[in-house]
Design a protein around this ligand. Structure first.
Ligand code: FAD
Ligand code: EPU
Length: 348
C-alpha cells in the first residue's frame, strides 16, 4: 500500500467534521511506516500521525501526509509482583482496559472507555477518575523520524504531567510512538478518592469500579457516533492559591482541588456552566447540555462554528472569572498543529 491521494478524514475525527488530507496511509507495520517516511515523494511534506482522531479538530484541509496508526499486538508477561505489558500503539485503549480485566489483571479500570489508541495515550498522558497513564507506564517505544531508528524512552524521561508530555511539545514532529510498556502491580488498591466513585465504599472490586466508571461516563459524556465531540474541549486550569481564595470568597460553591506541586485546580466545566453557557450554539456547534466542558457537533457543523464557539466560551469565562482556559483539543490546520487564536483568524 502506498499513500492515497485526497484522503477523506471524516471517519478519522470524532467531531465528524468534513476534511481531506493531500495524502493518507493506514499502516500496520513499522517497516511500512519507515519506507514511507524515507520516500522522497512524501518525506518533505507536513506530517500528522493519528490514532482514533478523538482529540483533534481539523480547521482546514491538511496539505500533507496523514499516517493512521493500526499497529497491533498485546504481550503480557506475568512476573512475581505484577504483569509487564508491551502493547502496540495502534491497539484500542478501551479494548486494552477490557482485555486486562477479562484476564484478571486489575489496574486500568478507572481509565475505562477513554476513546482512541494506546499510542496516543502517552501524548497527553490520558487520565480519568483520579488515575493517569503515567502511574503505570514504564516506557514508550518510538520511531525517530529523521534516523528511522527505534528508541525506548523510560517513562521518567517522557515529561508526563496533567494532559502533557514531551510527545505533545518538543517531540511532536520528531517521534512516532509505536509501542507502550505498562506495569500493573499485583498489589492492587482500589482508587476511589475521586468524588463520584466514593459511593462504592472502601473495598470495591476492579470490575465494580469499571462498571461504575462506564455508567458515569455514559451518563455525562456524549457518544461521538451519535453527537460528534472530542471529550473535554479545555483543560482544567490551575491558578495560584491567592487567586483561588479570592474566587472561593466570591463563589463559595466553586469546586477547588489543591495540587501537591502547588496551585489550585479549578473545574473548567463548572466555570462554563456558571457563566450560563450550557446549550449555547454557534451555527451547528453547541456547548453540551450534560457536560459544559464538552463542545459538540449537532450535525453538519463547520470547523468555524466550533472555533468561534470555543473562542466565545473562553472569552466569557475570562470576563466573568478572570481565568484563561487552555484548549485540550489539538487544532490541525493546513500545515499541521495550530492554535485557537490562529484558527480563529483563518475561519473569519
Ligand atoms: P488522536 O486524536 O488521533 O491524536 C491525538 C494527538 O496525539 C494528535 O496530536 C496526534 O498527532 C498525536 N498522536 C496520535 N497517535 C500518535 C502516535 N502514535 N505517535 C505520536 N503522536 C501521536 N482524554 C483523557 O485523557 N481522559 C478522558 O477521560 C477522555 N475522555 C474522552 C471522552 C470522549 C467522548 C472523547 C471523544 C475523548 C476523550 N478524551 C479523553 C480524549 C481522547 O480520548 C484522548 O486524548 C486519546 O488519547 C486520543 O487518542 P486518539 O488515538 O484518538 O488520538
Ligand atoms: N461541573 C459542572 N457543570 C458541568 C460540568 C462539570 O458544574 O457542566 C462540575 C462537576 O459537578 C464537578 C466538576 O465540575 O464538580 C468536575 O466535573 P467532572 O467530574 O465531570 O470532571 P471534568 O473536570 O469535567 C475531567 C477530565 C475528563 C475526565 C473526568 C473524570 C479534564 C479536562 N477533563 O473532567 O477527561 O474523564 O474529569 O475524571 O481534565 C478529557 O480529557 O477529554 C476528559 C473527558
Amino acid at each position: 500500500m502506498t499513500p492515497q491521494p485526497h484522503f477523506d478524514l471524516s471517519s478519522f475525527n470524532t467531531f465528524g467534521l468534513t476534511a481531506h488530507a493531500d495524502w493518507g496511509l493506514i499502516f500496520d507495520s513499522i517497516e511500512r511506516l519507515r519506507a514511507v517516511l524515507a520516500d522522497t515523494r512524501w518525506s518533505s511534506l507536513p506530517r500528522l500521525v493519528l490514532g482514533g482522531g478523538s482529540n483533534v479538530l481539523f480547521t482546514d484541509d491538511f496539505a500533507g501526509l496523514v499516517l493512521i496508526n493500526r499497529l497491533q499486538g498485546i504481550e503480557i508477561n506475568e512476573l512475581s509482583d505484577g504483569w509487564q505489558l508491551q502493547v502496540a500503539a495502534g491497539e484500542s485503549w478501551p479494548g486494552l482496559v477490557e482485555e486486562t480485566l477479562r484476564r484478571g489483571i486489575p489496574g486500568l479500570e478507572n481509565m475505562a472507555l477513554i476513546p482512541g489508541t494506546v499510542g496516543a495515550a502517552p501524548v497527553q498522558n490520558i487520565g480519568a477518575y483520579g488515575v493517569e497513564l503515567c502511574q503505570f507506564c514504564t516506557h514508550v517505544d518510538a520511531l525517530e523520524v529523521k534516523s528511522g531508528t527505534l528508541v525506548r524512552i523510560p517513562a521518567a524521561e517522557c515529561g508526563f504531567g496533567y494532559r502533557e508530555s514531551h510527545f505533545k511539545q518538543t517531540w511532536r514532529q520528531t517521534h512516532i510512538i509505536v509501542g507502550v510498556g505498562l506495569f500493573l502491580p499485583k498489589q492492587w488498591h482500589a482508587q476511589v478518592a475521586y468524588g463520584p466513585l466514593r459511593s462504592l465504599g472502601d473495598a470495591p472490586s476492579a470490575l465494580q469500579i469499571f462498571d461504575e466508571v462506564c455508567r458515569l461516563r455514559r451518563e455525562k459524556l456524549p457518544q461521538p457516533e451519535l453527537l460528534g465531540n472530542a471529550g473535554s474541549f479545555f483543560k482544567n486550569p490551575t491558578v495560584a492559591v491567592m487567586v483561588a481564595d479570592k474566587l472561593a470568597a466570591l463563589y463559595p460553591a466553586m469546586p477547588q482541588f489543591p495540587q501537591h506541586e502547588g496551585g489550585v485546580k479549578l473545574a473548567a466545566g463548572w466555570l462554563i456552566d456558571q457563566a450560563g453557557l450550557k446549550g449555547m450554539t454557534v451555527g451547528r456547534a453547541a456547548v453540551h447540555q450534560q457536560q459544559a466542558l464538552v463542545l459538540v457537533n449537532l450535525g453538519g457543523a463547520r470547523a468555524g462554528d466550533l472555533v468561534q464557539l470555543a473562542c466565545e466560551v473562553r472569552n466569557r469565562v475570562l470576563a466573568q472569572f478572570d481565568v484563561d482556559l487552555e484548549p485540550e483539543v489539538r487544532f490541525i490546520g493546513k500545515q499541521g498543529d495550530t492554535t485557537l487564536e490562529e484558527a480563529m483568524r483563518c475561519v473569519i
